[in-house]
Ligand binder design. Structure first.
Ligand code: RIB
Length: 305
């Protein structure tokens, strides 16, 4: 098999309720419409790669239930290679409970289910199916031991490792040098750097601090303000197109999928980040996770090659 981008990560079924505002602790809010939509940071990133023109395989774990089967079937329809999708008889598929407010901001709680049982040995066996793999794209919604193993194994095989450190978590120091590109959002970058991000200058400081820990390239996503990029000692701010945000769910996942596609095509990181900002800005104009992921021609129509 000849898949160039390998995504290792989570697969969830998202249960989404639209609401005027996100409830505070102890508060009940009478929300609006409810819908279910396949999600999970890993799965969203894999589908993003496929829709944006990349050649992608997904490695992850689902439960032996209807949600897992539906998600895997959708992967097939999207052209994502599912030979690395394992089924766990003893756990349900991952579930995410999501509320989205009138400003398009969300709050998410994940019950990881089978995702929490994706082991290093599973990843080793699955990655070996893809000797041509060039890029590993990975997030933190699976066990940290598996993330660390996958990054190390891929690095030793000469693959480029892109880590989207979401949801926010500490990383062991030994991991930083394995990562070619790290893509935290503001919260995650603050946790990794200890710098509070309030503007582009502080985002630059945070990126430099993360770089100093051993990561070659740092891309911090800033939502509607775009992204900042620290590469080979050079800093740059890439603004995002102005759009009306309906739902920001999975915008970061689309960004990461798009970045992996562009890097895999040999684009410079600034150009790849621009492509990723454009793709993510389309995703926030639509509801849902995988339902919001744009196709390549939509991004091209927005003026980016
Ligand atoms: O990044 C968005 C995703 O986070 C959702 O699809 C949800 O499943 C959680 O994993």
């Amino acid at each position: 098999m000849n898949r160039k981008i390998i995504v290792v990560g989570s697969m969830n079924m998202d249960m989404v309720v639209k609401t005027s505002h996100i409830p505070k602790p102890g508060e009940t809010v009478l929300g609006g419409s409810f819908f279910m939509n396949p999600g999970g940071k890993g799965a969203n990133q894999a589908v993003s790669v496929a829709r944006l023109g990349g050649d992608v395989a997904f490695i992850g774990k689902i439960g032996d239930d209807i949600f897992g089967k539906q998600s895997a079937q959708l992967f097939d329809e999207e052209g994502v290679d599912t030979n690395g999708v394992l089924s766990d008889r003893d756990s349900p598929s991952g579930i995410a409970l999501i509320t989205v407010d009138d400003l398009g901001e969300n709050s998410i709680v994940v019950a990881p289910g089978a995702n929490a049982h994706l082991e290093p040995a599973d990843v080793e066996e699955a990655i070996n199916r893809y000797p041509q793999g060039k890029i590993l794209l990975i997030q933190l919604e699976i066990p940290m031991r598996t993330v660390e193993f996958a990054a190390d194994y891929a690095h030793k095989r000469g693959m480029r490792v892109i880590l989207n450190p979401a949801p926010a978590n500490e990383l062991v120091s030994g991991m930083f040098h394995l990562i070619d590109i790290i893509t935290p959002n503001v919260n995650e970058a603050e946790m990794l750097s200890g710098v509070q991000i309030v503007d582009i200058a502080s985002a630059r400081q945070a990126a430099e601090k993360i770089h100093e820990q051993g990561v070659k390239n740092v891309v911090i996503t800033l939502g509607r303000r775009g992204a900042v990029l620290f590469e080979d000692g050079e800093f740059c701010h890439i603004p995002a197109p102005e759009v009306e945000t309906i739902d920001s769910t999975a915008a970061g996942d689309v960004f990461n999928g798009a970045l992996a596609v562009a890097v895999g095509e040999g684009k410079a990181l600034t150009e790849a980040t621009l492509f990723a900002c454009r793709a993510a800005s389309i995703a926030v104009t639509k509801m849902g996770a995988q339902s919001s992921i744009p196709f390549r021609n939509e991004v091209l129509l927005n003026g980016i090659k």
